[in-house]
Design a protein around this ligand. Structure first.
Ligand code: NDP
Ligand code: MG
Length: 384
């Protein structure tokens, strides 16, 4: 029996993780669960999975939970989230929060030498170098990727040595606006941007998919997770989202992981690795109904998310953090209707231009750069 803490249980990854756990009750148990604002869904989940530790965004909601569940340990806020990352009784911590707010809980989980099932890619982008240093200090801790592309890369690499890997080929659906021109993107609405062709996900990542910033974040995430140079990471548009990514080896052999576009598989694999297990929760890909698998290049003139990420990644140090933080606020402002779609790129570009890179010698450096970048975007672009 493995005990799992889910940070962000009320989100898209969180609810999928609970489906994985429910289908294998004899193997997995939820020991801790965190939500931010969705108290109603959180209560349903608590009734069903009965975890011992809970965490919610506000103190007010924590008080409500304490009255309802006096026998449980209940935390709140960012400090609560840190405590949730460090629970002694957990074997696995699934980081399914969206945004750089997940960094500290991940750090705590590593210090407690847990397995981190990492969905929260923003953590690896903003703080990857710091996290990698920490993993050396705590060698029993491990990060198993949940992001479908990175799970695919990780699965494709099994049984090979690092020196045998030549290139990582990350596939991209191309997002909801694939094929559109800059002119056509000028006035797109939030509703249009939220329609993803293949995946059903949280709002932030769905917007990131439409700008291809998500793919950019994934390029940096892949570099940080697998230690592969940016020159050896490639992005390929593959609209069907069946091949989840590929690894090219030194002998030119390419191994791909393919499957239904269903996050439950990478989530479960991060729980059961190095083993595989069957489950009624997992979707099956019917190869007979597949008509074609196609590939094309990213239109970098229109969708700048990938190129900007390569730029930030190659500069390194605190620049990936700026790329991520500027994007997080830009997406928030776009969702609130305060900026236009293409201004997301403008904000990232300007924030990166203005930033003077720093060495990351502590977590404080990242926290400060994150804070300064957010402030700059709010000061210059927020309308309230
Ligand atoms: P959602 O927006 O659906 O869920 C986010 C979760 O985090 C919710 O439980 C939310 O709580 C909680 N949360 C939000 N803000 C805060 C905060 N400030 N403090 C604490 N908790 C907070 O996101 P997704 O599930 O789509 O994505 C989660 C992560 O996984 C992201 O990093 C994303 O990039 C990554 N990912 C997601 C994929 C997907 O298929 N969805 C695929 C690959 C990666 P509440 O709802 O209660 O407010
Ligand atoms: Mg992904």
């Amino acid at each position: 029996m493995k005990s799992i803490t889910i940070l962000g249980s009320t989100g898209s990854i969180g609810t999928n993780a609970l489906k994985v756990i429910e289908a294998k009750k004899e193997k997995f148990k939820v020991i801790g669960m965190s939500a931010y604002s969705n108290l109603e869904l959180f209560k349903e989940q608590i009734e069903k999975f009965n975890p011992k530790y809970l965490c919610i965004g506000s103190e007010k909601n924590a008080e409500i939970l304490k009255r309802l569940y006096p026998e449980k340990t209940i935390y709140f806020g960012d400090d609560g989230l840190k405590l949730m990352g460090a629970l002694d009784e957990a074997d696995i911590v699934l980081t399914a929060i969206s945004g750089a707010v997940g960094i500290e809980a991940t750090v705590e989980a590593i210090k407690k030498e847990k397995r981190v099932a990492l969905a929260n890619k923003e953590t690896m982008v903003a703080a990857g170098d710091y996290i990698n240093k920490l993993l050396k200090e705590y060698p029993k801790a491990e990060i198993i990727p949940v992001d479908s592309e990175h799970s695919a890369l990780f699965q494709s690499m099994q049984g090979s040595r690092k020196e045998e890997v030549k290139n990582l080929i990350i596939t991209a659906s191309g997002g909801t606006f694939r094929g559109k021109t800059l002119e056509e993107l000028k006035d797109v609405t939030v509703e249009e941007a939220l329609k993803h062709p293949n995946w059903s996900m949280g709002k932030k990542i769905t917007i990131d998919s439409s700008t291809l910033v998500n793919k950019g974040l994934e390029v940096i995430e892949a570099h940080m997770l697998f230690g592969v140079d940016y020159e050896n990471i490639e992005v390929l548009v593959h609209p069907q989202s069946i091949i989840h990514s590929m690894v090219e080896f030194v002998d030119n052999s390419i191994i791909a992981q393919i499957g239904a576009p269903d996050m439950k598989l990478p989530i479960q694999y991060a729980f059961t690795y190095p083993e595989r297990e069957g489950s009624s929760a997992l979707e099956r890909l019917n190869l007979k109904t597949l008509k074609e698998l196609t590939f094309s290049q990213v239109d970098n003139e229109v969708f700048k998310g990938v190129q900007l990420a390569f730029q930030a990644g190659k500069i390194g140090k605190t620049m990936p953090c700026v790329f991520n933080s500027a994007n997080e606020v830009a997406v928030e402002l776009f969702l609130k209707g305060q900026i236009k779609f293409l201004e997301i790129y403008e904000i990232i570009e300007k924030a990166m231009e203005l930033h003077k890179v720093k060495e990351i010698d502590s977590l404080e450096v990242i926290k400060n750069v994150d804070k300064e970048t957010r402030k700059w975007v709010y000061d210059n672009y927020a309308k309230d």
